[in-house]
Design a protein around this ligand. Structure first.
Ligand SMILES: [Zn+2]
Ligand SMILES: [Zn+2]
Ligand SMILES: [Zn+2]
Length: 176
């Protein structure tokens, strides 16, 4: 962990260590402020510094031009693979270079729980917009027949069952 000497622009106190939100975004809070999970409010100084998420280089090549792909996380926690030979021109609002982008649709995590329908393992599926469900690991999608295969057990988790206590949803919007 690298030591940071950043000071809070609001009150001058040092900033805390970098913490990561459940969606993979990184931020630093003012050490004079702390999140109270009971009141869902920040106590003390409410300054939050959002850190840029650096694209991660992947061991994959762009199918269009052969340049390496990078994994990028948007500010809403969506993930995509994009071509490192492309970049976004803010002025013309156009992609310069290669425009290959592949959105990654959600993530699955193995759970230590059994499906109540068939007894196979359950997985935790997180959609691209952060909704979570438990589903059976035998389930799948038949692209050709366009129908679900395997066991159809699904349990959507309510927001309050999955929300973490760091109050990410109550944080002020990112500043640019
Ligand atoms: Zn502060
Ligand atoms: Zn490319
Ligand atoms: Zn099942």
């Amino acid at each position: 962990m690298t030591q940071n000497n950043d000071l809070c622009p609001k009150c001058g106190a040092p900033l805390s260590e970098i913490t990561e939100t459940p969606t993979g975004r990184r931020l630093q809070r003012c050490t004079k402020g702390s999140w109270n999970p009971q009141t869902h409010k920040t106590e003390g100084c409410d300054y939050v510094k959002w850190l840029e998420i650096e694209p991660q280089q992947l061991d994959e090549k762009c199918p269009k031009c052969g340049a390496p792909l990078v994994l990028q996380v948007t500010r809403f926690g969506k993930k995509m693979k994009k071509c490192s030979a492309g970049s976004w021109d803010k002025e013309t609002k156009k992609v310069i270079g290669c425009d290959y982008v592949e959105w990654i649709n959600g993530t699955t995590e193995n759970l230590d729980e059994k499906c109540p329908k068939c007894g196979e393992n359950l997985v935790l599926f997180t959609t691209t917009n952060g909704k979570k469900m438990k589903k059976c690991s035998t389930s799948g999608w038949d692209r050709e027949a366009k129908k679900a295969t395997g066991c159809d057990y699904i349990l959507w988790l309510k927001a309050d069952q999955v929300s973490s206590d760091n109050g990410e949803e109550y944080l002020p919007p990112e500043e640019f």
